[in-house]
Write a protein that binds this ligand. Structure first.
Ligand code: PFF
Length: 453
């Protein structure tokens, strides 16, 4: 007989909440579809091999990303706790919860610097719509660093944290689910408008070709590791987010179908992001390997030359802002869920205090991109890059490793909870036991010892 699990007890006044089934899919897609595929993905694609890199990303997503995604959601629903207690609710060895706690910490750190970039998108939305980004002869690189190096980013970062704090404070159905239900349809419409605009620009074909015609000779081992790291980031894995969302999923919902839907959503978004960004920058003769600059420098430059550029530029940054906010709320939910059960805080108190602390921790990251802390580079990186490196390339893979080892080796009932049998169960276990851990270890060792990105 299966042991009856009791939910991890929550703090006073907090009720046990559940997503509706469509609400869960939307919220999970909202989490995965974020800044990653618009801001990071195009520039790493530009740097690490164009279309061939995109194919590698798809392979990593399918072979490693989706199995871990399913594993995280399954642990959450099976354990019915936060990112730490779900493990100890399921395992006989209670020490697993410390590894889960590592994920809560990771979420906390990601929130701190993700809020900074989310803030930039809000400022750029306002600046695009007001025409401030379409002055003739503007130097967009200087413009970006002047803005990012000033103090406005601190204001916009605060706006992001306040929005996230309010949404998460309102709970699952009245906050996170509602927020995603309102924003995602608008997001989709803007995405399609921008894709249509980009693909009909003169000379767009060269950008499409760069993005979709693979040249495998440019791939390196490093490309594969970067692709895997990005699959993690992009699917919001390894920091307890999908696990925490999974703990709010109803028993009747198929997690296998949810995995496929989220995978298609994320991949579709990556594809459309590429079909917006590359044709646009190629059409205006702008380089595609500009690093962070691609979204915040190259694209504004292209929009400034485009007819109706203020509208398209404004829509692009609005799109980014929506993507960023629906992801940011999912990140904040991880430590908030933890505080509600581990420290018995009310949801509102947890959301308010944690978003405030993330804000404060994020300030040095905000000030290190062109600002007063830019030249402070302990061990070769500025604070912002340290946040990105430690979370995306070390802590998230580490969290992913914990999830694969737990589901593949320690928890015997994972298949039952996930609703998988036969071929799909064996394939899932094969990835979790053999493929995913090996590849993740390779990413970890590479990024720590060989070449920190
Ligand atoms: N998946 C988000 C993106 O691609 O931007 C980032 C993210 C969200 C990472 C939520 C982690 C997370 F828990």
């Amino acid at each position: 007989m299966r042991k009856q699990l009791t939910e991890t007890p929550l703090g006073q006044g907090n009720k046990v909440e559940r997503f509706t089934s469509s609400g869960f899919i939307l919220a999970a897609i909202g989490s995965s579809v974020g800044l990653g595929n618009m801001w990071k993905f195009p520039y790493i694609t530009g740097l690490y091999g164009g279309a061939a890199f995109f194919l590698l990303f798809i392979v990593c997503l399918i072979l490693v990303g989706l199995p871990i995604l399913l594993a995280e959601m399954t642990i959450g629903r099976g354990g019915r706790g936060n990112a730490a207690s779900s493990f100890s609710n399921l395992a006989s060895d209670k020490n697993w919860k410390w590894l889960g706690f590592l994920m809560v910490l990771t979420a906390f750190l990601i929130m701190a610097y993700y809020g900074v970039v989310a803030g930039w998108t809000l400022q750029y939305t306002v600046d695009s719509l007001s025409g401030a980004l379409s002055k003739p002869g503007m130097d967009f690189e200087k413009q970006f660093f002047d803005f990012a190096g000033g103090y406005w980013p601190l204001f916009w970062q605060l706006v992001v944290m306040v929005i996230c704090g309010i949404v998460v404070g309102k709970g699952i159905s009245g906050g996170i689910e509602k927020f995603n239900k309102y924003l995602i349809p608008g997001f989709l419409i803007i995405l399609l408008i921008l894709m249509f605009r980009a693909l009909t620009l003169p000379g767009a074909a060269a950008g499409v070709e760069f993005f979709l015609k693979p040249d495998f000779s440019v791939l390196t081992g490093e490309s594969a590791l970067i692709a895997l790291g990005h699959a993690f980031f992009s699917l919001s894995l390894g920091m307890g987010c999908m696990l925490t969302y999974g703990s709010y999923v109803q028993k009747e919902q198929s997690l296998g179908k949810a995995t496929v839907a989220i995978g298609i959503g994320d991949l579709g978004y990556a594809l459309i992001a590429g079909l917006i960004i590359f044709p646009t920058v190629f059409s205006y003769g702008i380089e595609s390997d500009k690093g962070v600059g691609l979204a915040f420098m190259a694209l504004p430059a292209a929009f400034s030359q485009m007819p109706l550029g203020t509208v398209f530029g404004g829509l692009f940054f609005l799109l980014l802002a929506i993507a960023a906010l629906t992801s940011a709320v999912s990140i904040l939910e991880v430590p908030v869920a933890y505080a509600m059960s581990a420290w018995k805080w009310s949801r509102k108190k947890a959301a308010a205090i944690i978003s405030a602390v993330c804000y404060v921790i994020g300030i040095p990251a905000a000030l290190s991109v062109g600002g007063v802390l830019t030249d402070w580079t302990p061990f070769g990186k500025n604070v912002f890059d340290w946040f990105d490196f430690t979370t995306a390339y070390v802590l998230m893979p580490l969290g992913g490793l914990v999830v694969t080892l737990f589901t593949g080796y320690a928890w015997k009932r994972a298949g039952e909870e996930a609703g998988l049998t036969g071929f799909w169960y064996r394939a899932w276990m094969f990835s979790l036991r053999y493929i995913a851990p090996v590849l993740i270890l390779a990413v970890l060792l590479y990024s720590i010892f060989v070449k920190p990105v």
